[in-house]
Design a protein around this ligand. Structure first.
Ligand code: NAP
Ligand code: MG
Length: 481
């Protein structure tokens, strides 16, 4: 029995969205030029929210030149204690404007307000606070007595956590004394542009942060630009490969945060209620648009049927719909293109004879939606067990022994995240040592903290973001950690 809740919509009146936006270069916004504009849409309603500018070659040139000037003249020479003040100011402004930013992110991305308000925005502020703390203490970070910044960082982010990915990139870069040119994702440019305003409010010197909007081509120009000293990319493994090829043979530094196919491993002694909640947040958080999602559930055979039954019951109670409603658990799929990709992979699961179950929740008429879905009877050979779906779709496999669980968990070209559910501490340690994944969660999933390094193995990329390890990606004197 599902309780009926009265609607509890968050007001969108707190947000004002301009009809058109220019690019944020050298401390100011360029005037929007008609033939450079493209639209950004609310994926829950298909309403056009605004028109933003596609950065072209000369815009990328100007942004990189502005970042170079700022690096040489203001930001680079500035003492760390002074840089810290700006970062604290930015963190405080984000907190002050967090409700507005949460609503804006929900409108542009389609994710529930519950997530933007309670997860994304607090983490965004936390990343700036944490890195503000490092700015004047870098000589104690273990990278030598006077670690130097790299210079101009070109940063490219995806659409799944737009403002959070910006924070992961911008905060450590600035703390270490670099300047940045960041390209937002095509479908989610609005919070990056709001962040540009925050840089102005914080009186950040011109050119320290430059925000470009555009499509993949703008990202490519930034990567290939001879004026960038470092490229930081979060996105798909395919684009990551092309970036690696473009950077090869140059002296640019590179970090890549790419896709994943995380195993969430459940042993028969795991506490079942907590485990079911953890499975749900592992794959249905943010509509499954999470690189480190627990998208492969490995169940010990003796509890498999019971866990699947309980999971179906729980999924039937998730509310899908208006992302601005505070009771909504599952929001919209970010784009028609992403929905088509999820559909195609789900169909492949059916064609390859896995058994599909989807929550019976009604889907809204407009916008892009996909119901929480699980596949049972999945084997390692299925595409849905090997390829990243990046949507609310869980593939369930089974195992008998811990050795088999390790072998199956590691049988993937990716290596970003993994989860372990068991009552035994010794088993957690035994498993964690054997899982080839950058993050291993035990009896929890999808928890993030700015003090904790995040990154992958194998085709999930290299380099770490967050923590003391993440600073190394923006310093010239990297010591292997
Ligand atoms: P994507 O196509 O790789 O896009 C990521 C970013 O790169 C976007 O800003 C995109 O611009 C830009 N881009 C596209 N082609 C480019 C090129 N040739 N050169 C430079 N930049 C280019 O990925 P997506 O489909 O938007 O995002 C989903 C993927 O990102 C998933 O595979 C997911 O696993 C991965 N991801 C990984 C992490 C992590 O931390 N490891 C985090 C989040 C997402 P447009 O937006 O205009 O296409
Ligand atoms: Mg959008």
């Amino acid at each position: 029995m599902v309780f009926e809740y009265a609607p509890a919509p968050e007001s969108r009146s707190i947000v004002s969205i301009a009809p058109e936006y220019g690019l944020f270069i050298d401390g100011g916004f360029t005037a929007p030029v008609d033939d450079q504009l493209f639209t950004t849409t609310n994926p829950a309603t298909e309403e056009v929210l605004s028109r933003v500018s596609e950065a072209r070659e000369h815009d990328v040139d100007r942004a990189v030149a502005a970042a170079r000037r700022a690096f040489e003249q203001t930001w680079g020479p500035m003492p760390g204690a002074e840089r810290a003040k700006y970062l604290y100011r930015i963190a405080r402004l984000i907190q002050e404007r967090s409700r507005e930013l949460a609503v804006l992110e929900t409108l542009d991305n389609g994710k529930p307000i519950k997530e933007t308000r309670d997860v994304d925005l607090p983490l965004v502020a936390a990343h700036f606070f944490y890195h503000a703390g490092w700015a004047d203490k870098l000589e104690h970070a273990g990278y030598g007595p006077s670690p130097r910044p790299l210079g101009v960082a070109g940063q490219i982010i995806p659409w799944n956590f737009p403002l959070l990915m910006l924070a992961w990139k911008v905060a450590p870069a600035l703390a270490c004394g670099n300047t940045v040119v960041l390209k937002a994702a095509e479908t989610t440019p609005l919070t990056a542009l709001a962040f540009a305003e925050i840089c102005q409010q914080a009186d950040l010197p011109p050119g320290v942060v430059n925000i470009l909007t555009g499509a993949g081509d703008t990202g490519r120009m930034l990567v290939e630009h001879p004026g960038t000293d470092k490229i930081a990319f979060t996105g798909s493994t395919d684009v990551g490969r092309s970036i690696m090829r473009a950077v090869a043979g140059t002296d640019k530094r590179l970090t890549l945060e790419l896709g994943g196919k995380g195993a969430n491993v459940v042993f028969d002694d795991a506490p079942i209620d907590e485990t079911v909640e953890g499975i749900v947040s592992g794959i249905f958080f943010n509509q499954g648009h999470v690189c480190c999602a627990g998208s492969r559930l490995l169940l010990q055979e003796s509890v498999a049927d019971e866990v699947v039954e309980r999971l179906k019951e729980r999924l039937s109670t998730l509310r899908l719909g208006d992302p601005l409603d505070k009771n909504t658990d599952i929001g919209a799929i970010n784009s028609a293109e992403q929905l088509a990709r999820i559909d195609e992979l789900a169909k492949s699961g059916e064609e390859e004879n896995a058994e599909r179950w989807s929550s019976p929740c009604p889907l809204p008429d407009r916008g892009w939606w996909f119901p929480p879905t699980i596949f049972t009877g999945v084997t390692q050979a299925h595409r849905i067990a090997r390829e990243e779906i990046f949507g609310p779709v869980l593939s369930v496999l089974t195992f008998r022994t811990p050795d088999e669980a390790v072998a199956k968990a590691n049988n993937t070209p990716f290596g970003l995240s993994a989860g372990i559910w068991t009552e035994k501490g010794s088993r957690i340690l035994w498993m964690a040592q054997r899982m080839r994944a950058g993050v291993v969660w035990a009896n929890t999933f999808n928890r993030f903290d700015p003090t904790s390094p995040f990154g992958g193995y194998k085709e999930s990329g290299f380099g770490r973001e967050g923590g003391i390890q993440g600073l190394g990606a923006y310093l010239a004197t990297e010591v292997a950690r």
